[in-house]
Design a protein around this ligand. Structure first.
Ligand SMILES: [Zn+2]
Length: 344
């Protein structure tokens, strides 16, 4: 089992000069606690649940280096340090052979990432934060957005520190945000593509707001988020052969245009090309809604060997990394009409 290091009010020496050096010094999962101006309140922050998503770590490290006192106590978790340190740095989502850390916040907790998830949840109930933000990057190019499993003012306000876009999902995968309650809202923030300077900047500004504003659970007067309700996932079979190329690659079950991620957070028309299918056509994939039904036909259709959108839909979290397309999903989609649903 991974032992979690605990740093209380870390010194500059413990933090080292760069996030990379800091990770090397820690070598494994770490908890950071910083005492705030108000010690009767606490906020939670999690980042690097995925080792290839460094914006949150960079922002947090930058903040800690300033040695400012946060508005209230702060408890942070940086779990996937070993995965992040696997060369090349910040390219491994998980440690080799391990489950995705952000699919482990559900019992049974019987492997290394599961036990670490359990420990993080136990420490959260000990520190009793008023809210938790879990910071990620997308694997492809994408604008910033937030994801919540509960929708209310507090969840929207937390996401609004980082982004204007908010996905409300009823998909349940074992992600940290699924532990959210009205008592302690937990939100996911996707700062944008890993490696995009803009994502680092959004992370840095959001962390600054999170740690300096007295009230982060109230949406600014008049502010309205752009909402995306109940997305579905286009999943591929684990043994599907895929490729990213500008035309069908012989022998693949699905060939995806390499610039498909340009549609992230766009509404695409009916008949938009998602990829070219092999002989097996429909077999390689499914489109899952929250209760596990395959709703492929509501979103997509197949004409010849082309996989097309059946109607105007919103696409997001499109990945251009084949291993993520296979192990997680190729993209998320939501009905265009639901975007126009008014928040009540
Ligand atoms: Zn992530």
């Amino acid at each position: 089992m991974l032992t979690m290091r605990k740093l209380i009010n870390p010194t500059l020496e413990q933090l080292t000069a760069s996030p990379e050096q800091f990770l090397r010094q820690m070598a494994g999962p770490v908890m950071v606690f910083v005492e705030g101006q108000q010690t009767d309140r606490c906020r939670g922050l999690v980042t690097l649940l995925h080792g290839n998503e460094p914006s949150g770590l960079r922002a947090l490290h930058h903040w800690l280096l300033q040695q400012h006192t946060p508005i209230c106590n702060l408890v942070c978790f940086i779990p996937s340090v070993a995965a992040a340190l696997t060369e090349p740095l910040f390219t491994h989502r998980t440690s080799v052979g391990q489950r995705d850390m952000n699919r482990c916040f559900l019992p049974p907790y019987n492997d290394a990432p599961g036990l670490l998830a359990e420990e993080i949840l136990a420490l959260f109930s000990e520190f009793s934060p008023e809210c938790v933000i879990d910071m990620h990057n997308t694997s492809g190019h994408s604008p910033d957005f937030g994801v919540v499993t509960l929708q209310d003012m507090a969840h929207e306000a937390l996401v609004s520190l980082f982004s204007q876009r908010l996905i409300v999902t009823d998909l349940r995968l074992g992600a940290l945000m699924e532990t959210s309650t009205q008592h302690c809202p937990v939100v996911t923030v996707e700062c944008g593509g890993a490696g995009d300077a803009a994502a680092d900047q959004i992370a840095r500004m959001g962390v600054h707001r999170y740690l300096t504003q007295d009230n982060v659970l109230q949406l600014a007067a008049g502010r309205q988020m752009d909402l995306y309700h109940h997305p579905v996932r286009l999943e591929l079979n684990g043994d599907a052969a895929i490729a990213y190329a500008d035309r069908y690659v012989l022998g693949t079950d699905l060939t995806i245009p390499p610039d498909l991620d340009r549609y992230n957070f766009e509404t695409v028309d009916a008949g938009t090309l998602i990829g070219w299918l092999g002989q097996e056509r429909r077999k390689a994939m499914r489109v899952c809604n929250a209760i596990g039904e395959d709703v492929f036909d509501q979103f997509f259709c197949i004409t010849g060997n082309q996989l097309l959108t059946r109607r105007a839909i919103k696409l997001f979290m499109i990945t251009t990394r084949p291993e993520i397309a296979i192990s997680d999903c190729l993209l998320y989609a939501a009905m265009e009409s639901e975007h126009e649903m008014l928040y009540t």
